[in-house]
Design a protein around this ligand. Sequence first.
Ligand SMILES: [Cu+2]
Length: 131
Amino acid sequence: MKKVIAGLVVIVGLAAHQNRLAAAPETWTGHIGDSMCGAKHKPMGTMKMGDRECTEMCVKAGGKYVFITGGKVFQIADQKDKALALHAGHTVLLTGELKGDTITVSKIDMPKKEMPKGEMPKMDMPKAEKK
Ligand SMILES: [Cu+2]
């Protein structure tokens, strides 16, 4: 019996070791923010902004997109990923590889259950002509 347990410990230990070596993609739930505000958007004077507006503004002002999960801020390797602008300020499911504190993103998804109706992209309705 002791031998069996010892064997199991070795196998589990090896598996854990291999996991650490392989840079396997992981998926986190968090939100796309900006490097200027970090984990929390600071109110700018009297302006009231949502997370999305704040993230967009900060990035325009020279900030970088970051991924925030569990109060931790991670850098995003590819700043030109169009999904970042699309999901700025949103809660997302982000898949990628983490190295140090930088994530190389492979996929960004919206968690379906958290998609409020108000977040649907607005469509440009043709305006009724005034007569
Ligand atoms: Cu901001």
